[in-house]
Design a protein around this ligand. Structure first.
Ligand code: ADP
Length: 473
């Protein structure tokens, strides 16, 4: 069975968030289970072609974007090691040769994003029509590839699967944008109540199967939580609903035993290295906090949804009690400013790295005691899974994938601290309880062992995707 996996970002080539991690690890897991997988994404200016051995593939073509003919060139990266997964890249310097994936250096979304991702999808359609790609299953991800199920609907023997990584982002487009799409599909698009169109809702309408990245989030979407009425009616039009499949993680890359981005490796049975990483993290960020004081880590896009408002309500009390905090993230300038203000006030105990830093992300996962992830909405979340692997105890709101992956501590049980409802007071109580357990060294040790023993590899979830792919046969 041939799977073509289409995504706007794919780790390690390009990454803005969790979509890249999934696009970079699920196809390899499927390949290991006997499927043939090809992954296709745009070739951004920031992709390191030399490091990843990306070369032109001698495939060129043109697509019609409205009245304009736009050329493309296909690149590919040779499979490395035992992984036979093929990675393809769509190049068009005018549209993709920029450092950002979706936004410029100031965080502003590119004005031509709709045009860029329409082009990307039309190129995939062209490659399929030319039989350069011959998928049995076209696996689309988020709104950037949301029009492909409709674009490919009339192709025989092709099934489309659409994965919702985040329902908050619809990929809205206007009538002017619509004019860029092939005439044959324009009258099939359904306007939203805001007089525009939603690539996400088109995908839900036209895909052969729709899933999201955790059972909890699937239930929330189908129950209409944080979903407007128009979207809900489209979700409910699907007789098969939305399936929830929890994301897995790449256990070769996010593994404290093998992680070559860490100063010191450690394992569930020998955790001495964890404290050395904590020391290294404190030193790197020039924090003066005691190495035995509780250290809270956070790695996150800076958006309201990730729960910063809740953190800000009580953080100063915990700082006053001697706790230390490390934040890594970029995004909303207002949240960044609030973090900068805290940094000015507590330079010895709080660090804030404003930007994207893969190496620091690994060190925070390894060096922190707790991982703060009080998201208001979280389709799956990957950092809490990485945290569990690294023995860094997650403190999470019970929502979506967070509720599916972290089990509330109670003496001798559980893997983290899970609060609800989404209120600052509940987060505060959860942190207070977490600190009590942290002070009980034996209980704390057992909690870390349980967390590190959890298996979040793709093995189980990849099988669920295979079941989905074969459910029509
Ligand atoms: P989302 O997809 O909503 O951003 P996830 O938790 O699913 O959230 O995935 C986020 C991914 O992006 C994780 O791999 C996380 O480590 C990474 N990440 C987010 N912000 C940064 C950052 N500033 N620097 C490095 N990695 C980051």
């Amino acid at each position: 069975m041939n799977i073509v996996f289409a995504a706007a970002e794919v780790a390690p080539f390009s990454k803005a968030g969790g979509l890249a991690d999934v696009a970079g690890s699920l196809p390899s897991a499927l390949q290991r289970q006997g499927l043939s997988c090809q992954v296709i994404s745009p070739l951004y200016g920031s992709v390191d072609r030399v490091h990843h051995r990306i070369e032109a593939a001698d495939i060129k073509g043109k697509v019609l974007l409205g009245k304009k003919t736009v050329p493309y060139v296909i690149f590919h990266s040779k499979p490395s090691g035992e992984d036979e997964t093929q990675y393809w890249f769509v190049s068009n310097p005018t549209l993709f040769d920029r450092d950002g994936i979706y936004t410029d250096a100031t965080g502003e979304g590119y004005a031509d994003n709709n045009q860029r991702f329409f082009f990307f999808q039309l190129v995939i359609l062209d490659l399929i029509s030319r039989k350069i790609l011959s998928p049995d299953i076209l696996h689309c991800n988020d709104h950037h590839t949301g029009l492909l199920p409709l674009l490919t609907k009339s192709l025989p023997q092709l099934r489309s699967v659409f994965t919702i990584h985040n329902f908050l982002y619809h990929g809205h487009f206007s009538d002017a944008d619509k004019a860029l799409l092939p005439e044959g599909i324009r009258n099939k698009l359904t306007p939203t109540q805001w007089d525009n169109y939603s690539a996400l809702l088109e995908a839900i309408t036209w895909s052969d199967a729709v899933n999201t990245v955790s059972p909890g989030y699937a239930r929330e979407l189908m129950a209409g939580e944080n979903v407007d009425e128009h979207s809900l009616s489209i979700i409910r039009n699907r007789p098969d609903g939305i399936l929830g499949i929890l994301n897995g993680i790449d256990v070769n890359y996010w593994n404290p035993e093998l992680d070559d981005l860490l100063p010191c490796n450690y394992s569930p049975t020998d955790r001495h290295g964890k404290k050395k990483n904590k020391r290294a993290l404190l030193e790197k960020l020039e924090l003066q906090a005691d190495v035995d004081a509780p250290l809270f880590g956070s790695i996150s896009r800076l958006v309201e949804n990730k729960g910063f408002a809740l953190i800000f309500e009580s953080i100063e009390d915990f700082l006053a009690d001697g706790a230390a905090f490390v934040f890594l993230g970029s995004g909303d300038p207002v949240i960044a400013m609030q973090l900068q203000d805290l940094l000015k006030k507590y330079p010895a105990q709080l660090a804030f790295y404003d930007g994207f830093n893969e190496k620091l992300a690994h060190l925070i996962e390894a060096g922190s005691d707790f991982f703060l992830m009080p998201s208001r909405v979280e389709p799956c979340g990957l950092n809490q899974l990485y945290s569990l692997q690294y023995g860094t105890i997650p403190i999470v709101n019970k929502t979506g994938g967070l509720g599916d992956s972290v089990e509330q501590w109670s003496a001798g049980q559980g893997t983290g601290f899970v609060f609800e409802p989404y209120l600052a007071i509940e987060l505060r109580k959860s942190i207070e309880l977490a600190l009590k357990v942290f002070d009980d060294k034996e209980e704390w040790d057992r909690l870390i062992s349980r967390a590190m023993e959890k298996d979040f590899s793709w093995a189980v979830s990849a099988k669920q995707y295979i079941e989905l792919y074969t459910s029509w046969k």
